[in-house]
Design a protein around this ligand. Structure first.
Ligand code: GRF
Length: 205
């Protein structure tokens, strides 16, 4: 397989980035070629540096507006030669121009079974709704909030009594398996987005 280059964007602690670095980076032709953040002090950037991956910060207040920030970030991503932009806890809304520039080449991970519980605090939303099962979704990013084509989902049972800390641990453990798995499928050329907006996964020959 020829090299498949990832740029990861992350705002926070970066445990999903770490899973990608540990399970994917440098294997089967997949390489993380950059980690970007809106926060110069994000723990995710320190994880990238430890793995000797190039980093860059694009704080909102250093640019005239969100469009200007996203244009600069897009230029950096293109200069890294990225095939795929991987959102891993990136907490900023992306401008429509950025989404259009990397159409069908941006993925996100969301801690719920989309279309259920989009947006912020999906785990809290699931607990408040009293569902017995929630989960994790990997989806392509469009102009909406968590509305793009879903590639992979995995269910996670809500613990009896709705223990939030336990549910968070179970969801994160599931994310750390599912995201590398989904990205590996894309890198292998097994994922197509149909005209109707649905993802189709081509099975192994
Ligand atoms: C994850 O729960 C992910 O689903 C959401 O943001 C969180 C990021 O966590 N989009 P981490 O920074 O990867 O630990």
């Amino acid at each position: 397989m020829s090299n498949f280059r990832l740029v990861v964007l992350a705002s926070g602690t970066g445990t999903n980035l770490q899973a990608i670095l540990d399970r994917l980076h440098g294997r089967d032709g997949v390489e993380v070629v950059g980690v970007g953040s809106d926060k110069a002090g994000a723990r995710a950037l320190a994880r990238a540096l430890e793995a000797e991956v190039e980093t860059a910060a694009f704080p909102r207040d250093e640019y005239a507006d969100r469009e200007a920030r996203d244009a600069a970030m897009g230029d950096w991503i293109e200069a890294r030669g990225a095939d795929l932009v991987v959102l891993a806890g990136y907490m900023q809304l992306l401008s429509a121009a950025f989404v259009g520039r990397f159409r069908n080449r941006i993925v996100n991970i969301h801690p719920a079974l989309l279309p259920a519980f989009p947006g912020l605090d999906a785990i809290g939303q699931a607990l408040a709704a009293g569902v017995e099962t929630t989960g994790v979704s990997v989806h392509f990013v469009d102009e909406g909030v968590d509305t793009g084509p879903v590639l992979l989902q995995r269910e996670v049972a809500v613990p009896a009594g709705g223990d939030r800390a336990r549910l968070e641990r179970a969801i994160h453990a599931t994310e750390h398996e599912l995201y590398p798995e989904a990205i590996r499928m894309i890198a292998a050329g097994r994922v197509r987005i149909e005209a109707n907006g649905h993802c189709v996964v081509v099975t192994d020959e």
